[in-house]
Design a protein. Structure first.
Length: 357
């Protein structure tokens, strides 16, 4: 029975308000560095404000996304490497915004943990701020939740929320995609942030350590390779939109190319994609061989080397590819739009020839 005369505090229950205050002070400079036209308040208020008129919009449509990093977090925690996981969080949200033609405006993060470690959390938020700065998106707020009993010591979870805007007459919805349009693939930087429950099982069953050399990249550790951050496609894709000719984008996440590309196609059309037109990165070949993962399962679990797809009018393919390449993307002509039957779909060619099985 508790002693009724003994004073209790929130800290006794495992929640340290002082640590939360210290984190807010530590991350203020990182958030301030992401300020852009339209932002009007710093961290610490009950809500964050954004002025669309000040940002230069006349008739905007707002686009909102939310996402997380999934069990890639477990690898970051196991390897004690937290500097890039915030980049993943931002990328998973803002890459979805640009698919609609939207410019990311602001970002908020949710960080939940069992016991707040200020240095660790600061490192994570520093990565979030760096990614926001890279895409011109303001980090205007967030929430830190310390929940002992919900999370084990050392564990944490992340969620991100991004809002972007596009002028009404420039909204990208794929409605104009037509027969004969060309499909361009933009290379990924490895696994990005999908399929990690399977990746972790493969690593465990192979008896590998995250600090050991990666079997498919012996000059780097396995953690280095698996924690490569999700690529930020925003600025190159916005530049290509301005050049003209882009009819749709598809961010390749869970479900792979086969399930994500049809999401931006009208019914009656199919994306015919030749997987032999781009190199399969070594991490995917290693996963397939080590765990005996079937080709079809690889295709619907991982990005397999293509992180973003652009569907382009035939006469403007070279111009769009040139803009993307100039912006730093590795671009491949991977397919075309053909006639389908019923709902929009995708068909992958040369799986047997191009990928291990």
């Amino acid at each position: 029975m508790a002693d009724p005369k003994k004073s209790r505090s929130y800290r006794d229950a495992g929640v340290d308000i002082d640590a939360g205050d210290a984190l807010v002070e530590a991350i203020k400079p990182f958030a301030k560095a992401t300020a852009r036209a339209g932002t009007s308040a710093g961290l610490g208020g009950f809500g964050a404000l954004f002025d669309l008129k000040a940002a230069g919009y006349r008739d905007p449509i707002l686009v909102a996304t939310t996402d997380g990093v999934g069990t890639k977090l477990k690898i970051a925690i196991a390897a004690n490497r937290h500097d890039t996981i915030g980049i993943d969080l931002v990328a998973m949200c803002v890459n979805d915004l640009v698919v609609q033609g939207a410019e990311p405006l602001f970002f908020l993060d949710y960080f939940a943990t069992g016991r707040l470690a200020v240095e660790q959390a600061t490192t994570i938020v520093k990565g979030i701020a760096a990614a926001c700065g890279a895409v011109g998106c303001a980090l205007i707020g967030g929430e830190t939740a310390e929940m002992p009993g919900m999370y084990a010591v050392g564990d944490y979870d992340l969620a991100g929320f991004a809002v972007g805007a596009v002028e009404r007459n420039q909204l990208l919805d794929g409605a104009n995609v037509a027969l004969g349009d060309v499909i361009l693939g933009l290379e990924s930087d490895g696994l990005h942030s999908n399929g990690f429950s399977l990746v972790r099982r493969v690593v465990d069953e192979a008896g590998l350590s995250y600090t050991a050399a990666a079997p498919f990249a012996p000059t780097r550790s396995l953690a280095d390779e698996l924690l490569r951050p999700t690529r930020l496609y925003v600025k190159p894709c916005l530049a290509a939109l301005k050049a003209g000719g882009v009819k749709a984008y598809a961010h390749v996440t869970g479900g792979g190319i086969e399930e994500n590309v049809p999401r931006v196609l009208p019914d009656g059309l199919t994306a015919e994609i030749d997987v032999a037109t781009w190199p399969l990165p070594p991490v995917f070949a290693w996963l397939a061989r080590t765990a005996g993962i079937a080709r079809a399962e690889m295709a619907r679990t991982f990005n397999c080397g293509i992180g973003m797809v652009a569907i382009v009018a035939p006469g403007q393919v070279d111009a769009v590819a040139g803009v993307l390449t100039h912006a730093g993307e590795r671009v491949h002509r991977i397919g075309r739009i053909v006639k389908g039957a019923g709902e929009a779909g995708a068909h992958l060619l040369n799986l047997e020839r191009a990928w291990p099985g």
